[in-house]
Design a protein around this ligand. Sequence first.
Ligand SMILES: [Zn+2]
Ligand SMILES: [Zn+2]
Length: 252
Amino acid sequence: MRFASLGSGSRGNATLLSQRATHLLVDCGFSVRETQRRLARIGLSADVLSGIVVTHEHHDHIHGVVSLARKFQIPVYMTRGTCSKLNALDNPYWHPIEPDHDFSVADIHCHPFTIPHDAAEPVQFVFSDGATRLGLLTDTGMITAHIVANLYRLDALLVECNHDLAMLARSDYSASLRARVGGDYGHLNNTQAAQLLSRIDYSGLQHIVAMHLSQQNNTPALAQAALAAVLGCSADEIPVADQADGFDWRTV
Ligand SMILES: [Zn+2]
Ligand SMILES: [Zn+2]
């Protein structure tokens, strides 16, 4: 299985998974034109997409979903709660999914699981080609036992490192925005991401990528250092998904 990112952060997210002829887009926080531009960068076009899987309805994850699905007739997999927030319940491309109920998009197996985030019915995923398992965890306010239980025997983990606690505390965000971002239904900080690692079996991980970094309240170096301290590797071995460029194909 291959995976890549078209961009990651509060201004737009989209992740790609490919297994043989199956190309699965996870979230689409960019306009149709921008998504096409970014897909071209990694050698894909929108008309080959097998499906779009949506984690939740925040703008940085759904901006281009409905128009891309309409334009290229792509099935969209999302929970009823997410779909209702998109006003897309009558969309013919919608395939309802439920947390903890597995489904497949052609060659890629998808396992959605519930996470705490301030959205209607948010989920994150473990994807598998039958042999390898890739966990995606962003937009999560805290680490629950349920999350830890789902992220077992992973070969790759894409994990949110949204903010550094000290940087968030002294940011120019309003008190309410600071509370939202740092709260139990907000976003994972570097320390929480590192704690998650220490609670799962990471011995089989071939890839770990830091995702969804805040451009105001984090730096790649801080996120890398937090994860590297648990893994016992050097910080520059930890790739960071970028808002502008995401990251290029990796194979797991
Ligand atoms: Zn987000
Ligand atoms: Zn969100």
